[in-house]
Design a protein around this ligand. Sequence first.
Ligand SMILES: Cc1cc2nc3c(=O)[nH]c(=O)nc-3n(C[C@H](O)[C@H](O)[C@H](O)COP(=O)(O)O)c2cc1C
Length: 287
Amino acid sequence: MPLGSDEVGLHYDHLDYLPYDPDDRDAYLAMGAFYETLSLAAHRHGCRSAISPRFARSGSDLHVGDITIRPARPDEDVDPLAGPAADRHTNRLKYDRTPVPPALAGALNGLGNAMVAPAAIARLVARASVLSWRDRRFVGDLERWTRAETSAPDGMTPEGLALTRTEWGLLRAAFRAGRLPALVARAYASRDVRLLRGSVAVCVLGAPSLDPADLFAAGRRLLRSWATIAGAGWACHPISVAVDRPETAPEVAALAGVAVPVAVYRIGHPTKPVPRSNRRPLEATLR
Ligand SMILES: Cc1cc2nc3c(=O)[nH]c(=O)nc-3n(C[C@H](O)[C@H](O)[C@H](O)COP(=O)(O)O)c2cc1C
């Protein structure tokens, strides 16, 4: 919501989200990632931003904070992640087996990521994924999040999800069924599990707690992690299911040695470029 020429209120609309996010974890993370994206964009445009956090809920509206933007002073450095942030995107294809460069591993560690053994996290994702495919809330969210038409203004298309025609057909069959029997759920879960097992590295981002301010800050670190990866010419693919499920989240925390695991994503050296996902136009988010 524009407040003045250089001040904008950042709001999260609970009527325009995926309902299976019971503690609003992804909401606060996404808002943090959004703000960090804005802040880095300001750097690219010769400006700087600041946010006064509010985290005030009223009905379906969450007032996240108020953002101010001002011209940069000549003595202020440009954030080195400003360029890579413009370029970052999720790549859900297979990556090659190039080992993670130590500088990249160090930078991700500094942002609060722990690298975990791909086989160990793949086991947890397998469990969480089967539970999710048997859960109507998860399947419902996935259905709300996907779009059949490549030109849709938002949501994920088969191309963006890197699904073959058969996989897309199977996904639609799952939507029709609402939830899947155990055996079929296992088959559906196998794709992400295979991708994780074949990864050279998987990151778990931690937060000190589930407090809104901690999650918002973690969202900012998540975006900085993804921009760091893009800046190194690497790719990443979030696979959140094991931290979304209360049955597996504590084991992810123990495996990664973090207080609260908020994101799991595989990283790797990409083999092929992918199309960028659809973006809502700016006007659709301004009131
Ligand atoms: C907190 C958070 C959790 C996410 N979890 C998943 C996930 O479990 N699986 C997935 O495919 N993408 C996941 N994503 C990726 C988003 O869906 C992705 O960013 C979106 O498709 C926009 O595409 P882009 O990353 O290419 O900009 C997650 C993103 C965020 C911010």
